[in-house]
Each structure stands twice: as C-alpha cells, then as structure tokens.
Design a protein. Structure first.
Length: 488
C-alpha cells in the first residue's frame, strides 16, 4: 500500500478515559528525516519505494497525523527498582493508533512528542542519542531472532534538549503489536478499578488469546498469565544466550506479550561478565546480566498479584511455577545450537556451564569466542580460540575442548554442516555500546553513514560481511563499561 493509503484505528484509546488521555503531539519546527526502516515498512505492508517519501519528516515528529490517528498518552504504574510508583504513564510518548493488516495489527507509538499529563517533571522530549540507541537495538535483536519492538523511522531536529548536557532533540515511531505493560494491570489493581482491570484483561485476550476471550474472567486471567510467563521465560533465555542486558527491567518496561520493550541503558556483553551492569544508576546490581531471570520472575509475580482480584493464590502459583522449566528448556536449546549439538544429553548443561565459567575466569570476549568456536574442527592447537584467552587459561581451554570433542563425536554428523549451523547461531556482529557511541557521535555532526552501515549489518549479523571487519572487532578498553544512563 502507498503511504497515502494508510489509515489507523484506535482500539486502545477507545477503551475509555480510565486508560489514558488524548494529547496532541508537540512537533519540531524544522524536522529532519534521518532514516526510514525498510523492514518495518514491509512488516506494515507499506510499499518499499515509500522509504524515500519526504512526508516521513513531518509524520515522524507529529506535525502531520496519519488518517485515523488519535494520539493518546497511556496511563500505567509499576515497580521501579522494586518500589511501586503510582505516578507513571506515557510521559514522552503517544500511541498514535494501529495499522490493521488482516490477522495482524501493529501499533505506532511516537516517542519524544512532548509533555503529557504523565510527564511529571520531564520535558517529554527524547534526544538523538537515545533515539538512535533504541532504533538500532530493535534491529539488533530482530536480526538475532529475538522478539522485540522495532522502530519505523527517526526524525531529528535542531531543538536543544537538556539531559546531562544540551543535546539535539529527536523522535522515533516505535512499532509493536501491543504497548500494554505489566504496569497497566498494576495500575487498575492498586487503584481498585476492577471493572477497568477486567476490561483490560478482556481486551488483551480478545486480541492475542482469542481462545480465552469468551471464558469467565478467572480463566481469562489464568490463560493470560500462562501465556505471559511462557513468553517472558523464552525471551529472557534468548537474552542470556546472546549476551544481552536490558538494564532497567522495571514492571512498567515489561511487555504483556513477552517482547523486548523500552530500550534505555542496555548493553551487549563484551567480556563475559555475569555480574555485568550496564545502567550506571543501578548501584545495587538489581538488573545485572546474571540477575535477569530472577528479576523477570519477580516481575511476573507482580503481574500475578495484580490478577489476584480474579484468581486464587494456588492457581497463580501454578502459573508462575512454569517459568523456571520454560526458561531452562529454552536456554538449553539455544546453547546447544551455539555449541553445534543436534541431540540433547543430560551432560550438556554442565558442558555449557563449564565453558561459561572458563570465559568468565579468562574475561574472554563472549561474541568473538563463540564465533571462533563456530569455525572449530578439532584442530590442535586451537589457535583461533587460544588467541582470545590469556595464556594462563590455555590449559583449561584444552581440557574443555577435550570434553567437547568427545561430545561432538557422540553427536555425530558432518563437521561442515555443524559449522554452518553454528555460524547461523553465533553472530559476528552485535550492537556493542562502543559501536553505538561511534554512530551517535557521527550523527550529532550530521554524518549518518555510520548509522546506515551498522543498521545494515545488524539485519544479517551472522553473515561474514568481510568488507566491514572493523565493526566486528572487540572494543578497546576505553569502550568497555561505558556509563549508560536511563536518559539514554
């Protein structure tokens, strides 16, 4: 379809005033189109040649609304760093509406669109730095086959926005099947708006669990919790396998659909450090990389508590007990793929755990090691792998490779086909923070070529792209542990 044929519906805004507030976006005076996402155009069913339509500059900053748009600031609450905050909501974003495509519907959410009733003391704006980080992060995870929100376009401006320093303002249009968060359910539960809570539950079930839509409310709530527990467990398993740290897993940043949601101070691992903290505001390490499974379960407990108005504690507990086995099964499947194992053995978890301990002890680069392992064919010495570890850890590597060789022999199969599968499971390119910073610094000077290059590489991160080797390199020491704030 052409851009002129796009019409939005507004399913969520139609739920009523209890769910949020209509707000007109505050546009930029001189918007500047930076990038349009061809993959998201395809997802939305918009013609590929619309990528060059100059109208995106105005659409992407709210100066021009698509037909049917009903800009709406959603109200929700949530637990932030474990503490309930009643004063949350869309403070710098507006739900424009949804583009319906047969069985699928995609919501468009304008971020950086100015103040809303939920902005508290904020200005409702976003900066170019944070906008680029979110834009690239959605593509990075999508390219790795991990469920995530994505973004349709970035629009920049010369408008100054005050964060730690004065930065240029920008906006993006986030695209998701739903923007309903755990915090939406918490809001109606804690304010005792139980009719609205039931309405929200019915809305989500009708859209995403149609088999439960006509069930009694207690059964709807159980079906939704089963669904969200399973999808969240699979999501976190994917993050852990690829080395992604979200950075701020508050309940208001958790999607009811189990999608990666609300990118801020995220980070992909460089050295394999289980206690890695990517958010410089996380002083206790609550959201450290190794803590993500436990925090996700904590958040699911908070969601379950918000459904306790409809479901008894035993049934809620039964739903929550599904998390751990789902997580372990999904993580084990992904790690077997990274190790090139076709069949499952009881010893596989130990083999994987021993390797991760070795990588942690050696402070080895997580992505580079697994990529090198994908090329391994039993050679001795395993020079490509040894080069990634300090000499003091070479004996431990040889000991692990001995067990790995035995496991591969039991698995059988052709080494070439195994290597091909491992190359598809172990990316060469990930969105390291130092790479994102390189792109941001160029963009702030008006050079968007690094953005386009990295965006393209993240579409197919497991391909070789030999002309772009520098984008696959480990960071310099100065590029590790970069301080990333929530304002990012």
């Amino acid at each position: 379809m052409k851009l002129t044929e796009v019409t939005l519906s507004h399913h969520y805004a139609d739920l009523g005033p209890a769910f949020g507030t209509p707000v007109a976006p505050t546009s930029f005076q001189h918007p500047r189109l930076i990038h349009v996402n061809p993959g998201v155009l395809e997802q939305l069913g918009i013609n590929a040649d619309e990528v060059n339509n100059p109208a995106w500059a105005e659409i992407g900053c709210g100066a021009r609304l698509l037909p049917g748009s009903k800009p709406f600031a959603m109200k929700y609450t949530g637990h932030q760093f474990g503490v309930y905050n009643p004063d949350l909501g869309d403070g710098r974003a507006l739900l424009l509406g949804a583009l319906d495509r047969g069985e699928h519907s995609w919501e468009l959410h304008l971020k950086g669109a100015g103040k809303t009733p939920y902005s508290r003391f904020g200005d409702g704006r976003a900066v170019l730095r944070s906008t680029i980080r979110e834009y690239l992060a959605g593509e990075a995870l999508h390219g790795l086959g991990i469920r995530t929100t994505r973004a349709l376009c970035i629009v920049g401006s010369d408008e100054p926005v005050s964060r730690e320093t004065i930065e240029p303002g920008a906006m993006l249009i986030r695209v998701a099947q739903s923007h309903v968060r755990f915090g939406h359910f918490e809001y109606f539960f804690y304010t005792r708006q139980l009719e609205a809570l039931q309405k929200l539950l019915g809305y989500v079930c009708a859209r995403f669990l149609p088999q439960a839509a006509t069930l009694p409310v207690a059964e709807q709530a159980q079906a939704l919790l089963h669904f969200t527990v399973a999808r969240t467990a699979e999501l976190v398993a994917a993050w852990q396998a690829v080395g992604f740290a979200h950075g701020v897993l508050n309940t208001d940043n958790m999607s009811i659909l189990g999608d990666t949601f609300d990118f801020g101070p995220y980070g992909f691992l460089d050295d394999y450090e289980p206690p890695f903290i990517c958010n410089h505001s996380d002083h206790t390490g609550r959201y450290a990389f190794e803590q993500q499974p436990g925090v996700a379960l904590w958040n699911l407990n908070a969601l379950a508590h918000s459904l306790s108005a409809f479901v008894d504690a035993d049934n809620l507990r039964d739903c929550l007990e599904e998390f751990q086995p789902r997580l372990v099964a999904a993580y084990s499947t992904r790690m077997r793929a990274k190790l090139g194992l076709q069949r499952s053995e009881d010893s596989d978890q130990q083999l994987s755990a021993d390797l991760l301990q070795l990588l942690a002890d050696a402070r080895a680069d997580y992505t580079l090691f697994f990529r090198a392992l994908a090329h391994y064919r039993g050679e001795r010495p395993a020079a490509a792998l040894q080069d990634l570890l300090p000499p003091a850890h070479h004996d431990a590597l040889q000991a692990w490779l001995h067990h790995y060789d035995q496991r591969l022999a039991r698995d059988g199969g052709d080494s070439r086909s195994r290597n091909r599968g491992m190359l598809a499971a172990n990316p060469k390119f990930v969105l390291r923070n130092y790479l994102a910073q390189r792109v941001i610094e160029a963009a702030e000077k008006g050079d968007y070529e690094p953005l386009r290059t990295l965006f393209t590489l993240l579409q197919t991160p497991c391909d070789e792209h030999p002309e772009h080797e520098t984008w696959a390199a480990a960071p310099p020491e100065s590029g590790k542990h970069m301080p990333i704030s929530c304002s990012s």
